[in-house]
Each structure stands twice: as structure tokens, then as C-alpha cells.
Design a protein around this ligand. Structure first.
Ligand code: SF4
Length: 489
């Protein structure tokens, strides 16, 4: 009978990925990884709720009976279609006028929205909350409320819990129940970018690697995987064995861009299958191409380099930390290993201090190391620094100097090497090269969570961990640089 219970959390998981709901029910909880994304979502939701209803909410059915303006902790249950038992635990209920079993007031459910738009997941979870709440309070729930942001920027959106939404729910619930009753988990989600948010990613990554799942090939997302499946190519080893020209012809019917990418995908699959990196360019004669001195010609004569990494809060469009590591060249060459004596300089960018002050600090700092290349991994740092400089009225000569100094190590790596990695992100590439982050299990989302907690509650230890993470990202960039230097004849 327990297998027939469907909760709002299972519904939410299923709408994100069918396999995820199955694992939530049948998976070994010990294999589920902690993920900062859920904690971030809950802290955002809490901030929205506190802006909507500043007074502390009441708890459970007693608070509903007492007419509290806001209520949390009300557990709802009811029989659903096909013998399912439905259970839900709405995040917040807001009091509205109208009669109910509790008197001259009733409630409606409130949800904190993640992202910019209302999704099917938000709608159906609210529809479930509305349905169960209507039964519990003996009065209809025509609308739900969705909130996002906080303070003066709080956004409110009403959602009509109409018959259409309820019909969708009736269609979804039996499918979900049937899938949870299966012995085997559903397949991996088509677009595995979503997996980064999911606690089951460790388990699913292992499964994907074991199966030689096509999503393991760097460059293959949901759409390309579908096209390959249509061609009868179902795994990484099979793609590695494919003829690139035949594949290009076959994919061309879907658009010229697919024809062009076919050879790259086959080559990437071959490198991953063999485990051996492949050099993309042979070094041309000296003086004919900057590539003559290897992927990083800027380092040939530099006295040192700055490693540079930004930490950001993408929702708030806030680059809150600009971190640098100073790497001087030794008398003979570039250091082989990171040296604990390398200076780390974090520049915190507090929005209340304004952008002009940040720009002046960055400018002064960069001027201390004139002409040293500034190495970063990915385009974020280049875009952010140049845009900041432009907004602050930097002259063209200064902008040109910055453009010359900023070196995107990721772009250079992609231009010169094909690696046996399933992603060219810093974590995968530096990890493949043997680099280890000093704080296990920490990622950008965890760092962002610490940042938001530090902004709210302070705590020197949180700030130290953010700096440590940022410094490690810089050292990981150095690991990639060092590897590139080691490959250069
Ligand atoms: S890691 Fe990906 S495939 Fe696995 S359950 Fe989560 S979202 Fe689905």
C-alpha cells in the first residue's frame, strides 16, 4: 500500500526527470549527494515569504482554525485517482476571505518561484496543493500565489487553478504511480545538463559511464543525441567506430550545422574511448602564427602571470568576488607545482560600495603587475572585466591593454587539444590532469550559498571558505596551464 502514496515532492521530481522520482522512492538514500541548489532555493523562497508576510507564520491546523495570516506545516492527504493516496505539504498558506470549515476565512497556497518564468512543475505542484487544500478546508481554492524576489522587488503572480490544470494533474498522477511501480529505473534524462542540480548525479554519472551513454560525449546534448539515435548510433563506442563522412551526410538533412559537427563528435568519442589526448594543430613555422610558441605564446617572455577567477550570483547579476593569484616566473622557468607562497588577493565587490570603487581597486591591483598576462578559464572574467571598464569610462587604450592581457585558457585548450573528458569545464579538465580541490564536494552553488549566508548573518569562517574555493579555482586554472606548457615542445 505504501507504494501507492504519491507526494508533492515525488511529483516535482518526476516533472524534472522521471528517473529521479523512481530513485527518490527506490534508490539507496546513502547514494544521494547533498546539493546546494535545494538549500539555495529554500533560502530564496524564505526571503520571498518573509517579504510577503513579515510576521512569523502559524503552524498546522490550529493556526488555520485561529485565522493566522500565514500558515506553514499543514500536512494534507486525500485519495487520488486509481487508488493512489495523495500527500502534500504546502510551503506556505496565505489567508484569504471566504467561508471555510475554519470560519469566515480560507487559505490559498503560496510557492516561491525559482528562475524567471512559471514552469509546468510550479503549476502542477500548486494544482495538487490546491486540490488537497480545498478538501481539507471544505471550500474551493480558485487561485494560488507565486512569489519571487524579496523586499521592494517582491513579484507576485496569481495562478488560476482551473479545470484545465486539474485535468493535467489527473493525467499525470496515474502515469507517475505506474512508473514508480516498475522494477527498473527509467532511462537517464535526455538533457543531462539538468543533472547538475540533482542529488542522484553521482549514481547516474556512474551508470552513464558504464553504459557508454551518448551524453557522456562532450558536445552531445538532448537534441544531438536524438539525431544520433535516429541514425542507429546508441552509445559512445558505437559513435567512435562511425565513419565521420557518412555521419555528416546523414545528419545534413537536419541542417548544415549538424553536417559540420559530425566529424568533431566522432573524433571526441574516439579520444574518450581511447583515453589518449589528441593535439589539434601541429606547430607552424616560427613567426607565421602565434600558435608557433604553443597555445600560450604570451608566457614566452612574461615575468609572471596573474590567475583570475570571479564568483557570481547569477540571479542577482552580482559578481561578488574577483580573486587573483600571483604566479612569478622562477629564474629558469614556470613553476611546476603551486607554491603556498603565491599571494592570493581576493577583491570583494559589495554592491553597496558601488561599481566605481571596485573598478578603481581592480585597476590599481592590475597596475602593480604591468603587462603580466591575466589567465582565466572561460569567457566570464573577460566579459565581466571589459564591460565593467567600459561602464566606468575607461579609455580605448586602456581597454585595448586589458584585451591583450586577458587570456582565456579554456579557449586556448579547445583550440589546441581534444581531451578524453566528458566536459571541458574546469572541474572535469583540471580533475583529469590530477588537480584536487582542497574542500571536497564544494561547487559554485555551495560557494553561492555561503555568500548569501555571509551577507545575511556574517561569519568569518564562511568568507574564508569562499576565498579558499576561489583560490583553488585559480590553482586549477594553473594546473591546466602547466599541462599545456608541458605539452609544448
Ligand atoms: S542525475 Fe540526471 S538522470 Fe539521474 S535522476 Fe538526476 S536528473 Fe535524472
Amino acid at each position: 500500500m505504501v507504494q501507492k502514496v504519491i507526494t508533492d515532492r515525488l511529483l516535482r521530481s518526476w516533472l524534472r526527470c522521471r528517473r529521479r522520482a523512481w530513485l527518490d522512492r527506490h534508490g539507496d538514500p546513502g547514494e544521494r549527494l547533498w546539493t546546494a541548489h535545494r538549500a539555495l532555493a529554500l533560502s530564496d523562497q524564505l526571503a520571498s515569504f518573509q517579504s510577503l508576510l513579515p510576521q512569523r507564520p502559524g503552524h498546522g491546523v490550529a493556526a488555520c482554525a485561529a485565522g493566522a495570516p500565514g500558515v506553514v506545516g499543514l500536512r494534507l492527504r486525500s485519495p487520488g485517482p486509481g487508488g493512489i493516496e495523495l500527500q502534500a505539504h504546502p510551503a506556505l498558506l496565505e489567508r484569504v476571505s471566504g467561508p471555510s470549515v475554519w470560519g469566515e476565512h480560507a487559505y490559498r497556497p503560496v510557492l516561491g518561484r525559482q528562475g524567471r518564468n512559471l514552469t509546468r512543475e510550479h503549476r502542477l505542484v500548486l494544482a495538487l496543493w490546491g486540490r488537497l487544500l480545498a478538501e481539507r478546508q471544505g471550500a474551493p481554492v480558485p487561485q494560488a500565489l507565486v512569489v519571487a524576489g524579496a523586499g521592494r522587488g517582491l513579484q507576485r503572480e496569481r495562478l488560476t487553478l482551473s479545470g484545465g490544470l486539474q485535468a493535467q494533474l489527473d493525467e499525470v498522477l496515474p502515469r507517475l504511480a505506474a512508473e514508480l511501480g516498475r522494477r527498473e529505473p527509467p532511462p537517464l534524462v535526455a538533457d543531462r545538463k539538468k543533472c547538475v542540480l540533482c542529488g542522484w548525479r553521482g549514481l547516474c554519472d556512474q551508470d552513464a559511464a558504464r553504459q557508454g551513454h551518448l551524453s557522456e560525449v562532450s558536445g552531445i546534448g538532448g537534441k544531438r543525441r536524438e539525431l544520433l539515435l535516429e541514425q542507429g548510433i546508441t552509445s559512445l563506442p558505437q559513435l567512435a567506430r562511425s565513419d565521420p563522412e557518412q555521419l555528416a551526410e546523414a545528419l545534413a538533412v537536419h541542417g548544415e550545422q549538424h553536417r559540420e559537427i559530425a566529424a568533431t563528435l566522432v573524433a571526441q568519442a574516439r579520444v574518450q574511448a581511447s583515453g589518449a589526448p589528441e593535439r589539434l594543430r601541429s606547430a607552424p613555422a616560427a613567426g607565421t602564427d602565434p600558435g608557433a610558441a604553443g597555445p600560450l605564446p604570451e608566457l614566452a617572455t612574461a615575468a609572471g602571470v596573474l590567475l583570475y577567477d570571479i564568483e557570481s550570483d547569477p540571479d542577482a547579476r552580482d559578481d561578488f568576488l574577483h580573486g587573483f593569484v600571483v604566479v612569478p616566473r622562477t629564474a629558469t622557468d614556470w613553476p611546476v607545482r603551486p607554491d603556498p607562497a603565491w599571494r592570493y588577493q581576493p577583491l570583494l565587490a559589495l554592491q553597496e560600495h558601488g561599481e566605481a570603487r571596485l573598478w578603481q581597486r581592480l585597476r590599481r591591483y592590475l597596475a602593480r603587475y604591468p603587462a603580466w598576462p591575466v589567465l582565466h578559464y572561460g569567457e566570464t572574467e573577460r566579459i565581466a572585466l571589459l564591460r565593467l571598464a567600459e561602464r566606468q569610462g575607461a579609455r580605448e587604450a586602456e581597454l585595448a591593454g586589458l584585451r591583450t592581457r586577458l587570456v582565456d585558457v579554456h579557449a586556448r585548450l579547445r583550440g589546441h587539444w581534444r581531451l578524453p573528458v566528458n566536459s571541458y569545464g574546469l572541474k572535469a579538465v583540471a580533475g583529469w590532469q590530477g588537480f584536487r580541490w582542497s574542500q571536497a564536494g564544494v561547487d559554485g552553488a555551495r560557494c553561492l550559498l555561503w555568500w548569501r549566508q555571509w551577507r545575511r548573518d556574517g561569519g568569518a569562517a564562511r568568507l574564508r571558505r569562499i576565498f579558499q574555493y576561489n583560490r583553488d579555482d585559480n590553482l586549477a586554472t594553473w594546473a591546466v596551464v602547466r599541462w599545456l606548457l608541458d605539452q609544448t615542445p
